[in-house]
Design a protein around this ligand. Structure first.
Ligand code: SME
Length: 127
């Protein structure tokens, strides 16, 4: 199911250069479960590290309009300009997250955020 989600998102939205779904393991590590688009070496991310780790630690969506301006950013490509990370939540518990990179600066607007938060809710409901 997660493979279909990342493929649908990445092929359906030209500004979604890479779509990644991480799952929280052991309460402290985000493990890459599915991706479509640009590959990444970041297959395991400790909670608290990077943009992904921030979103998981703070239990909130994080939108970074210019990744090069964020010292916490973990680069998976020199082409990436902006990123959004949406936690997949069940109640107050983080199950995982949707991470999307774009080669366009400030690529993610409130409509992207609202849509992806709904997608995250659907993933949580079927997990
Ligand atoms: N940029 C993310 C790492 C994951 S790669 O983008 C897929 C971060 O800073 O947490």
């Amino acid at each position: 199911m997660l493979d279909r989600v990342v493929k649908s998102l990445q092929t359906g939205f030209p500004h979604y250069t890479g779509v990644y779904i991480y799952w929280l393991e052991g309460g402290d590590t985000l493990s890459l479960r599915a991706f479509c688009g640009r590959p990444t070496d970041h297959t395991k991310i400790p909670v608290g590290q990077g943009i992904c780790g921030r979103a998981a630690r703070e239990r909130r969506t994080v939108v970074v309009e210019d990744v090069n301006a964020d010292p916490a950013y973990l680069a998976c490509s020199l082409e990436t300009r902006s990123e959004i990370v949406v936690p997949i939540m069940r109640g107050n518990a983080v199950l995982g997250e949707i991470d999307i990179d774009s080669d366009e600066p400030a690529a993610f607007d409130p409509a992207d955020r609202s849509f992806l938060e709904k997608v995250a809710g659907l993933i949580a409901a079927t997990a």
